[in-house]
Write a protein that binds this ligand. Structure first.
Ligand code: ZN
Length: 203
């Protein structure tokens, strides 16, 4: 009985850490807004039971080849195609098939997309309050821009979830390195993912 309670307490204590992860990632993403290095993205990966969550920040240059609001027909098409591709998370970030994961949430964000729609419309309704300080970043000058990607995968058996392969290197050749932080049952670890080393061990 005591043991059981201990596990429950531990699990409920561990949860806020996992929830807090995207917040940390988003804030560090904003801080380095003007200083990102083309070719280099960040990925935060969290495994919590049967749930795998990914949040990535990748320079727009690496995904679409430009970092300004789309101006030409070609740029609109490129942007549209990239977003469609990025929304298919399980084909870019591939768990080993034994875990039988499905994508239950996806969010693809970029200043390029906001510019493509309505400038005033910052649809951040589903975001938390901590994004409010971002409101004064709306200037139109030509600066760096990132894509922020969020995915949630629910897997049939999290214990079978052993590896995550970064297939994104194949689809977006502009992405050459991902600085990965992983939080899982065994704690936190970091790795540099590259096309040559594209597998993150989850166990
Ligand atoms: Zn840039």
């Amino acid at each position: 009985m005591w043991k059981k309670f201990g596990v429950v307490a531990l699990a409920s204590m561990a949860l806020p850490v996992v929830i807090a992860l995207p917040v940390v990632a988003a804030e560090s993403g904003h801080r380095q807004h003007d200083a990102h290095v083309h070719g280099v993205g960040r990925a935060d990966v969290a495994l919590d039971g049967n749930r795998l969550m990914l949040e990535l920040s990748i320079p727009a240059h690496d995904l679409v080849g430009f970092e300004h609001a789309p101006a030409t027909e070609q740029e609109h098409k490129t942007l549209e195609a990239a977003v469609a591709r990025l929304r298919d998370g399980l084909s870019l970030f591939v768990p080993n098939p034994e875990a039988q994961c499905s994508q239950t949430q996806v969010d693809v964000k970029s200043a390029l997309l906001e510019a493509d729609q309505h400038d005033e419309d910052h649809h951040e309704a589903h975001q938390d309050d901590h994004h409010d300080h971002d409101a004064d970043h709306g200037e139109d000058e030509e600066t760096h821009a990132d894509f922020t990607l969020f995915y949630r995968f629910e897997c049939r058996d999290g214990k079978q979830l052993k590896q995550l392969r970064f297939e994104i290197f194949q689809d977006f050749s502009g992405v050459s390195r991902l600085s990965v932080q992983f939080i899982g049952p065994a704690g936190q670890q970091g790795m540099k993912a590259t096309p040559q080393q594209a597998v993150l061990n989850l166990q």
